[in-house]
Design a protein. Structure first.
Length: 98
């Protein structure tokens, strides 16, 4: 194995990254094409835990906390169902996070 000049190294690595990303894109597009049941829409955030997602999760967690606290005061089946739905949404979101 011969040593590479810095410029050659950067060009080689860039080429390999481009090839890998292109391959991953093709695989994902093929998967989406096969998944006819999907509406084709995905939540996109370039960061794992971006600011909008943090705000959304914080709001849901606060709602779940308040509902849990009021559950003891108000024996409401609707509040219990809402709490469970919100907890389910948070669990699904946690599964999506990479």
């Amino acid at each position: 194995m011969r040593g590479l000049e810095l410029k050659e190294y950067i060009e080689q690595i860039s080429s390999e990254i481009t090839t890998r990303v292109s391959h991953e894109r093709d695989v994902l597009l093929e998967f989406l094409e096969q998944d006819r049941g999907s509406n084709g829409k995905l939540f996109y955030c370039p960061l794992v835990d971006c600011s909008p997602r943090k705000k959304y999760r914080a709001g849901l967690l606060e709602a779940v906390r308040v509902i849990e606290e009021t559950r003891r005061s108000f024996k409401s089946r609707q509040l219990e169902e809402l709490r469970k739905k919100l907890q389910s949404i948070l669990a699904e979101d946690a599964d999506r996070a990479l």
